[in-house]
Ligand binder design. Structure first.
Ligand code: ADP
Length: 297
């Protein structure tokens, strides 16, 4: 390990025995990206894109230059959440991302397709290659935090994407309907294989808060996400309710107007590590991830 190790392997150029993955892909020469945060989930539809968008919006509000690389090529929903209708234009230098209303840089396959409804019926290697090109050929400029909306699951495509992008940390998004313990175990194991720390766990659609009486209703049963997090050595947990105004805002492309504090535990962790110039040091480094129980949580 280097003397000045900041634990931010993704953005570090040091030759280091503790860094197991060799990232061969360099970003565009006009891009200067400080931190890359992957947002992962066990399957589609749990709110991964929602969390990616809200994280980028929140960090932008904190004063950081933020960007979103939409690596969910077969389910790209980021441009819609930000109300982006224009298409990304190539130039001689490379491809420019689209800048959102509040200044977040965004690249997604939907910004390149003629029609948003065109299906992307590509095989895994082509999908992974497209994501790589979003990293290498897009002129991102100066970015403090790039959030990557990863392809769902822990299969071949997300793994290849993981290997080609210098991810500094991941946020795992789950929903209470999932086999949470198993999903978290898989994501933690994948992060461990890549030697990437888990920044935090988000339980989306955790509860519904009654607008009349403010009571929280756990529609899928009482949340046990803290127990799961503890089991896998993850300290930071955030819970997001089912919120129709959030879904509505997203549908209308107004995600940047949405105010909430649900993701504060994760944002605070990131800010703390920013001050320390390091990303969350993985608690599980060098340890075995406990065997998952297979029970539905
Ligand atoms: P994923 O990226 O995991 O496939 P999305 O973020 O696209 O999932 O979310 C799937 C759908 O669920 C979207 O229509 C989104 O607006 C909605 N949604 C996500 N999270 C919430 C929430 N907390 N409350 C209400 N609707 C939500």
């Amino acid at each position: 390990m280097s003397e000045n190790c900041s634990q931010s392997c993704g953005s570090c150029g040091e030759e280091c025995a503790d860094r197991k993955v060799d990232f061969s892909e360099q970003p565009h020469e006009l891009s200067k990206i400080k931190k890359v945060i992957g947002v992962v989930s066990g399957k589609g539809g749990v709110g991964k894109s929602m969390v990616t968008s809200l994280m980028a919006v929140s960090m932008k509000r904190q004063g950081y230059n933020t960007a979103i690389l939409d690596a969910d090529i077969t389910g790209p929903s980021i441009p819609k959440a930000f109300g982006i209708k224009e298409k990304a234009m190539p130039s001689e230098l490379g491809l420019f991302p689209i800048t959102s209303k509040t200044g977040i840089e965004i690249m997604s396959i939907n910004l390149l397709l003629e029609n948003d409804t065109d299906p992307v019926v590509w095989r895994g290697p082509i999908i992974a290659n497209t994501v790589k090109q979003f990293w290498t050929d897009v002129i991102w400029g100066d970015v403090d935090y790039m959030f990557v909306d990863m392809p769902p699951g822990t299969g071949d495509v997300p793994l290849t994407v993981f290997q080609s992008l210098p991810v500094d940390g991941i946020i795992i998004v789950t929903s209470p309907q999932e086999l949470v313990s198993m999903i978290v175990a898989k994501a933690v194991n994948m992060a461990k294989m890549m030697n990437v720390p888990v920044i935090g766990l988000v339980e989306n659609m955790s509860y519904f808060e009654c607008p009349d009486c403010d009571k929280k209703h756990y529609l899928f049963g009482e949340s046990r996400i803290e127990d799961v997090a503890k089991q896998y050595g993850i300290d930071v947990v955030a819970k997001m309710p089912i919120d129709s105004s959030l879904a509505g805002g997203c549908d209308k492309g107004l995600i940047e107007l949405f105010e909430n504090n649900w993701l504060d535990p994760i944002i605070k962790t990131m800010e703390k590590s920013e001050q320390a110039d390091a990303l969350f040091i993985p608690e599980f480094a060098g340890q075995d991830v406990p065997a998952q129980t297979g029970s539905q949580v």
